[in-house]
Ligand binder design. Structure first.
Ligand SMILES: [Zn+2]
Length: 349
């Protein structure tokens, strides 16, 4: 997996398009697709939310990288990623055995698809825009919609998501019975904390679609407040504004994770830079946080074409009508159920 280079000319279009912005799923029970959902975490227990990076294993020997912890001593819980599948899960710390100094387990985790992808997606050269994972390494004719939910006062694009769920129901020959079970459509939602605060019903509706097995949502961190300064040039805007230091990036990122956890959402290991605009020091911080920067190679409202293997970018926050129209058209051209792939599966298979 090699991150592709962005066309720098495209950078100049970012602000105009981004005027559209106002301002992993957990492993499910065996045999069931992951939903990315879990029981809500109390805000009280998140007061000591901490960044860690530990090599651990479950009692049945499954290696994990633990990257966040919270909760009282003796009742500590963790957020971890399965480094083979990229899927995240929340579990009690006491269900794990962790190395206190790097040993064979750390070496095993370090030599995993997750660790290799994280290293490649956060390596130099540091691009001012679209740094990181920009295309799917294995596709088999499929693509992925990534839908940004930046802060917005507009109604979200429910019709698009509704249309997407229609692809979860396999074609059935006339008269065939019984009706096959839905096959959830993979989609990555890049959510901002501020959008979640102001759109609780829409968020709950999306979570319901995951529970019903219609969508398999990868919950991508898109910062909390999604900083943007209208008068700044792109290269110095969003998180690349000089005012955004490491402490601000940590607040933006970790507070979004906490906002997900309190709403019963399990954060994935993916992060999307607002405007896709990034800076070397922030990319390095993401690596420390075990977060993979997620770019795109088919930003629909910029006129980029969604070929097979594309990471398609559009906004679902009501501010990207052109992107939504093109996405709807793209849906018309896809096969019924096998046209889409999740980030986790594309990176694993
Ligand atoms: Zn955004």
């Amino acid at each position: 997996m090699t991150p592709t280079r962005p066309r720098l000319a495209g950078v100049l279009l970012v602000l105009a398009v981004l005027a559209g912005c106002d301002s992993k799923p957990a492993d499910g029970p065996a045999g069931q697709p992951p939903t990315g959902l879990a029981a809500p975490v109390s805000a009280d227990s998140l007061k000591n939310y901490r960044v860690v990076s530990r090599a651990c294993q479950t009692h049945d020997g499954q290696p994990l990288r633990v990257f966040r912890t919270w909760g009282k001593a003796g009742e500590e819980r963790v957020l971890a990623v399965n480094p083979q599948t990229f899927r995240t899960l929340q579990i009690p710390a006491q269900e794990l055995t962790c190395e206190t100094t790097p040993g064979p387990l750390a070496a095993q985790v370090a030599n995993s698809p997750f660790a290799r992808t994280l290293a490649a997606a956060t390596a130099p050269p540091y691009l001012p825009a679209n740094h990181g994972l920009t295309h799917l390494p294995t596709t088999q004719g499929r693509l992925l919609f990534t839908v940004d939910l930046c802060p917005s006062k507009a109604n979200f694009d429910q019709a698009f998501f509704q249309r997407l769920t229609e692809f979860s129901q396999p074609d059935t020959p006339a008269g065939a019975a019984p009706m096959p079970a839905p096959k959830p459509v993979p989609v990555a939602l890049a959510v901002s904390g501020h959008w979640m605060d102001h759109h609780p019903q829409e968020l709950a509706w999306l979570q319901d679609l995951a529970r019903q097995g219609k969508l398999a949502i990868t919950w991508v961190n898109h910062t909390y407040y999604h900083p943007i300064w209208p008068d700044e040039p792109d290269e110095q805007n969003f998180l690349s504004d000089p005012r955004v230091d490491k402490a601000r990036l940590l607040r933006e990122t970790l507070n979004t994770e906490k906002a997900m956890l309190t709403r019963g959402i399990t954060p994935s290991v993916f992060f999307r830079f607002p405007g896709l605009v990034s800076r070397a020091d922030h990319v390095n911080t993401l690596r420390e946080l075990n977060l993979i920067p997620l770019g795109a190679n088919a930003w629909l409202s910029k006129g980029e074409l969604a070929v097979d293997g594309a990471i398609v970018l559009l906004h679902g926050n009501g501010n990207d009508p052109l992107g939504i129209r093109r996405a709807m058209k793209l849906l018309e051209q896809r096969g019924k159920t096998d046209g889409f792939v999740s980030l986790e599966d594309a990176l694993t298979n």
